[in-house]
Every structure is written in C-alpha cells, then in structure tokens.
Design a binder for this molecule. Structure first.
Ligand SMILES: C[S@@+](CC[C@H](N)C(=O)[O-])C[C@H]1O[C@@H](n2cnc3c(N)ncnc32)[C@H](O)[C@@H]1O
Length: 206
C-alpha cells in the first residue's frame, strides 16, 4: 500500500493541535491495567511506551511505583500534557524521538503497545517488530493490544489480522498470549488482540 501523505511528526502535532485524537481513551485501558496489576510488586524494570501519546499507561505505572518508565513520541504536545498532569514524572524519561531511532542500550525489560502499531504506515510493521526486539533484553516482554479488524475509512488507524501480525513477530518472539481481549473498552470489544510476547533468547534469521 502506498500512502499519499506522510505520517511524520508534523502530521501528529497537527492532530493534537486540532483535537483530532479519537484514539485517546482518557485512561489506561482495562486489558493493560489488569495485566499491570497481576505483575505484583512494582519494581525498577525498564519500561518503554512508544507512540505513547498522552501516556495514561505511564501515569498508571508511575503512580503505582514503577520507577523506570519511559515514554517516546514524535509529537511534543502529548508529552507536555503528561508533564502537566504528572510533575513528578522524570523529565529525562520523556523522549521526543522517533521510535525507530531509539537506542537499544541499555535494553528495556518491557515495551507497552497501545494504538501505536496501528498508527504507523503498514509498510513499517516488519521494522516495528524488529525494533521492538532490538530494544528488549532477551526474555523481555512486548505487551499490548493490536486491532484485529479492518477499517472502512482510510487510516490511520490501519487494521490487520492475527495471521498477518504473527508473521512479523514470530522471528523474534515466543507467543505467551495472542488472543481476542476479553476486557476491551466497548468500542473495541471483540476487535482487538491482547498480545504478550517474550523475546527469544536466540533469534531465527529474519
Ligand atoms: C494513534 S496515536 C496513539 C497514542 C497513544 N498510544 C494512545 O493510545 O492514546 C499514535 C501516536 O504515535 C506517535 N507516533 C507516530 N509515529 C511515531 C514514531 N515513528 N515514533 C514515535 N512516536 C510516533 C504519534 O505522535 C501519536 O502520539
């Protein structure tokens, strides 16, 4: 698929400036919240939330006591929004950077996906899976939600299927969970996969 516009920082900045942020749920979504709860005692694991937007997951994790939460976004506005809401969130953990340019050292223990993958040009999906693998330590976790549906309007968001996604992640990850989420927010019910993938200790050739 060839897009006739560019999904660059200006595009996303403009979406925030004009309030076109229909993806914004205003709170951490139940599937991620429930996953975080069952992790148990908060600790110092390094957690990255790429394409974080207003980063309600970061707000939740930081408030719970996770001390090493990082958010990355190409747009400044949502990062400022998080900073205003959470003055105690470390400034150095707000990364206004392109996900694909993030350094992989030191590695992360966990990456949280929420409506970022579906916002990317679909041609970048193999590179997304590869970059997640590069950023994680072996045994690290990629957890989050992926749309399991198609959209009638031109994207973003861009939809897809479980089979398509499996092909991108399989070279780098073992699949712990990859099934329809049971506790999605109403508009996404039955239309998103909860994924919890573990980075392989030895990678197959991509
Ligand atoms: C659909 S929004 C989702 C935001 C947030 N995850 C949420 O669920 O509210 C996609 C986000 O990804 C950001 N983004 C797009 N391309 C990016 C890239 N290459 N690197 C980092 N962030 C990017 C956009 O600025 C935007 O905030």
């Amino acid at each position: 698929m060839q897009l006739d516009f560019t999904l660059d920082a200006d595009y996303w900045q403009q979406r925030y400036a004009t309030g076109q942020t229909a993806w914004d749920t205003g709170a951490v979504t139940p599937p991620l919240r429930d996953y975080f709860v069952q992790l148990g005692q908060p600790d110092a694991r390094r957690i990255l939330i790429p394409g974080a937007g207003r980063a309600y997951e970061a707000e939740y994790l930081h408030t719970a006591g996770y001390s090493n939460v990082f958010v990355a976004d190409v747009a400044a506005a949502p990062l400022h929004d998080l900073q205003q809401r959470m003055p105690s969130f470390p400034l150095g953990h707000l990364l206004q950077q392109d996900f694909f340019q993030l350094p992989s050292v030191p590695p992360y223990d966990m990456i949280v996906e929420q409506t970022f993958f579906c916002a990317l040009d679909p041609n970048l999906r193999p590179a997304y899976a590869q970059q997640c693998a590069q950023l994680l330590r072996p045994g690290g976790t990629l957890v989050g939600l992926l749309f399991d549906t198609t959209f009638s309007q031109p994207g973003p968001p861009f939809g897809g299927s479980r089979e398509e996604y499996q092909s991108y992640f399989q070279p780098y990850f073992d699949f712990i969970h990859f099934e329809t989420a049971t506790n999605s927010i109403a508009p996404r019910r039955g239309r998103e996969l909860f994924m919890c993938l573990r980075k392989k200790y030895t990678q197959e050739m991509a």
